[in-house]
Design a protein around this ligand. Structure first.
Ligand code: XMP
Length: 516
């Protein structure tokens, strides 16, 4: 079988907030790419025989002590290299170039002019708007390199050693604020690295189905279906590979969005014909959560009940050797990054921590995929839009959006308000595109209002809607005032017990996307 990952791009991470974006942009251009730590072992780096390397940016300065260095594998490789920002400075330094702090930092949009002919800028206008974010600069091209472009602030906004196929750009072609960035990356992939365009949802499905069959053989697989996109697509993919030997368990913990439980049963059992066991565990979850208000205690309680309920079901189902999970690539990249910095901001809950007597082998068919790829795969597998385009929903569900005492009545209030917000966003075309995550949060705070000449004293609901590319940083969505007005009026009129609606205008950082 042809290896889909062969001949792609290895992205080497020097700690930039945009590293994942680089890998995504490469894949959007139809070429497989994978992210490696800058100190990854050399064998690992070339395991898929990459056609080229991209070096990410990073927060360090190349002249600092202990600054991350170029991997040794690169010095020995004759494959093309593109260094971005810090990556460019590392390439330059390795060839004897001098990088020093710049008198004025360059952050934000800048215009570069490229004069020298080079495959990197082939077909592009000579003046380009790009996104800069750097404090250091390279004064002159190092031996072997030419300056390909300059900006007001950077005499070397792009450099190239055409003989050795090594290029560097001081700006960030991977961000949307560099409008021609994708064209520059495309030149690097196809003109310089001679990559083949072979990474697509269809190609991935064919490959994944074959791999699942090879791994699972005639055995059976168990999947915890959450209703979210990742586990839904993992389920549909495994079902395509092994049909009825897949059993899905769906735990209704009572913390789901409006109609979510019914929708999961309808789609997976009736439309897709999958084996689905739906467990109603609302009482167990609510009683474990009773009296808890501290966010991490809620998460821990939910994780524990989930494992208990799921284990109980798994014990009834004999002879199952494999457990499938909807782990996706950012989970892998982020947990690797986490292990270094070891800082937990929020403990994310998944099916980890199953008791020792339940020993499963894992099947994780989406562990190489980004969220947008997961959606494309789901659509290609025929999953309905309502599932494919569901916005991300945290494992602990509404428990971390219902602040204060968790009661069924308050959860119902939150669900109704959230459904109004979501349906208005959908009608305005802002659910699939335009916002990355939008939801309602119920506060344990009452305020005074006046409704129909009567004083009211009810709870406050907050609307949260963010735009983001990677969920690591986010901005609050600039929703139209008319839309906010309509949502607010409908919630106050239609949902008893809420008399005030607020809109959250905090970005991440310093806020997080969720409130708990
Ligand atoms: P924060 O709030 O950390 O959220 O900015 C970033 C993304 O992660 C989701 N999130 C979670 N997902 N279990 C999950 O599966 C969790 O405990 C959890 N907490 C936050 C959040 O919805 C957003 O998409």
């Amino acid at each position: 079988m042809h290896d889909l990952k062969r001949g792609g791009i290895a992205v080497i991470d020097f700690g930039s907030q945009y590293t994942q974006l680089i890998a995504r942009r490469v894949r959007e251009l139809g070429v497989y790419s994978e992210v490696y730590a800058s100190d990854a072992n050399p064998k690992q780096l070339i395991q898929h025989q990459p056609a080229g390397f991209i070096l990410s940016g990073g927060p360090a300065s190349v002249y600092e002590q202990n600054a991350p260095q170029l991997p040794a594998a690169l010095a020995q490789s004759d494959k093309p290299v593109l260094g971005i920002c810090y990556g460019m400075q590392l390439l330059a330094q390795a060839s004897g170039g001098k990088v020093s702090p710049s008198a004025s930092r360059e952050y934000g949009p800048a215009t570069i002019t490229h004069r020298a002919r080079s495959p990197l800028f082939d077909g592009l206008a000579s003046e380009l708007t790009v996104w800069m974010s750097h404090g250091d600069r390279l004064e002159a091209p190092p031996p072997g390199y030419h300056a390909l472009a300059e900006s007001d602030n950077s005499p070397c906004a792009a450099i190239g050693d055409m003989r050795r196929n090594r290029y560097g750009v001081q700006f960030h072609p991977e961000v949307r604020h560099s409008p021609q960035g994708a064209a520059i990356l495309s030149n690097f992939l196809f003109r310089i690295c001679a990559c083949q365009k072979n990474w697509s949802a269809e190609a991935f499905i064919g490959d994944a189905v074959a791999k699942i069959r090879a791994q699972v053989k005639n055995e059976r697989v168990l999947l915890a279906l959450s209703g979210g996109v990742d586990s839904a697509v993992a389920g549909a993919l495994i079902h395509r590979a092994i049909g009825e030997r897949l059993t899905c368990v769906f735990v209704d913990h009572g913390l789901l969005r409006q109609d979510e439980a019914q929708q999961v049963a309808r789609v997976f059992r009736h439309e897709l014909g999958m084996n689905l066991i739906a467990v109603n565990a609302v009482e167990s979850f609510l009683s474990a959560l009773r009296g808890l208000t501290e966010p991490e205690s809620k998460r821990k309680a939910i994780g524990k009940v989930f494992v208990d309920v799921f284990s109980q079901e798994a014990r009834h189902l004999r002879d199952i050797r494999f457990l499938a999970q909807g782990t996706i690539y950012p989970d892998i990249i982020e947990s690797a990054a986490d292990s270094k910095s070891a800082k937990t901001i929020k403990s994310h809950h998944n099916v980890g921590g199953l008791p020792a007597d339940l020993r499963f082998e894992l099947v994780e068919p989406l562990r190489d995929c980004f969220k947008d790829e997961v959606r494309a795969i789901g659509a290609a597998l025929g999953l309905p839009d309502a599932i494919v385009w569901r916005q991300p929903f945290p494992g602990p569900g509404l428990a971390i959006r219902c602040l204060g005492a968790l009661t069924w009545e308050r959860l119902e209030k939150l669900r109704a308000a959230d459904a109004i917000f979501t349906s208005e966003l959908d009608a305005a075309g802002l659910l699939r595109r335009g916002t990355a995550q939008s939801f309602a949060v119920l506060l344990p705070v009452k305020s005074v209002g006046v409704m129909g000449d009567k004083r009211s004293y009810e709870e406050v609901l907050v609307l949260r809607s963010v735009t983001t590319d990677d969920f690591m940083t986010a901005d609050w969505a600039r929703l139209p005032y008319d839309l906010l007005a309509r949502v607010s009026a409908r919630i106050v009129n239609e949902v008893a017990g809420i008399n005030r609606v607020a809109y959250d205008i905090t970005s991440k950082p310093p806020g997080t996307i969720e409130w708990e």
